[in-house]
Design a protein around this ligand. Structure first.
Ligand SMILES: CC(C)(COP(=O)(O)OP(=O)(O)OC[C@H]1O[C@@H](n2cnc3c(N)ncnc32)[C@H](O)[C@@H]1OP(=O)(O)O)[C@@H](O)C(=O)NCCC(=O)NCCS
Length: 220
């Protein structure tokens, strides 16, 4: 049964699904997450904002960017920590037609400093690539500053071709079409991320209740 299933999914099924199972759970975000998304970006320091958006970015610009995020047109992914704070966010912007017809997307990502070098950036890129394939995207772009060694490393690791010009770098990846493996990998990821979020929410609620009980029963 297992053999039949894996052969019908094709040779790329196993690594895609294995990375869904072993990597951090990545959740697709929606309008209800806007406040948490804003909080994430406002926590980035000046240098990280410059690397993420390509130019120095003030709080007011970030507020506008988050306000204008269109979750129907684009896809936004996030990774939550145990306190349900968004420690990593990726924005997959569909260019320039609507999501159903667009054949190209641009990927932007940020991970809070304390959560870096744990594979979160790679997991978001991988999740975005699978989602892009499943929505008919052919080309994925990453535009960033050429000095951004870590992002360049992630792009190269994913097989992207990189063109450098005037201190900037354009990474580009031609995506193969979706197949049963990519559909299944995304479905598995959605389930795992929902499960992970439910567990973290419950833990959070239990912690709050325990703290409240301890405070209430504290001897005066
Ligand atoms: C770029 C960024 C998203 C990476 O996030 P991350 O969660 O730390 O990424 P990962 O842990 O998945 O991977 C980091 C990789 O960089 C490598 N790396 C670390 N320092 C490096 C350096 N100086 N040069 C090259 N590669 C480096 C690590 O070895 C790791 O690679 P590996 O998985 O092959 O071992 C994060 O640094 C960030 O938010 N930076 C600020 C915003 C930004 O630059 N965004 C990108 C522009 S769109």
């Amino acid at each position: 049964m297992q053999n039949k299933l894996s052969s019908s999914l094709g040779p790329s099924a196993a690594p895609l699904i294995a990375s869904s199972l072993s990597g951090p759970p990545v959740r697709e975000l929606h309008g209800g997450h806007r406040a948490a998304i804003l909080k994430h970006f406002l926590r980035l320091n000046a240098e990280d904002r410059r690397l993420r958006f390509g130019v120095p970015t003030a709080d007011a610009v970030i507020r506008q960017y988050v306000k204008k995020l269109d979750f129907n047109q684009d896809a936004v992914f996030g990774i939550f920590d145990l306190n349900l704070a968004l420690v990593a966010i990726a924005h997959l912007a569909y260019l320039p037609a609507d999501k159903k017809r667009s054949r190209a997307t641009e990927f932007g990502v940020s991970v809070l400093p304390k959560s870096r070098y744990k594979g979160f950036g790679s997991a978001l890129l991988e999740r975005a690539m699978v989602h892009a394939r499943n929505t008919g995207v052919i080309t994925l772009f990453v535009h960033c500053l050429a000095q951004n060694k870590v992002m360049m490393h992630l792009a190269k690791k994913s097989g992207m071709q990189i063109d450098y010009a005037f201190g900037e770098a354009d990474a580009c990846l031609k995506l193969p079409p979706a197949n049963p493996s990519t559909i299944l990998a995304e479905a598995v990821n959605v389930q795992l991320a929902d499960f992970d979020f439910a567990i973290k929410s419950n833990l959070n609620q239990s912690n709050k209740t325990i703290r409240w009980l301890l405070k209430k029963n504290k001897p005066q």
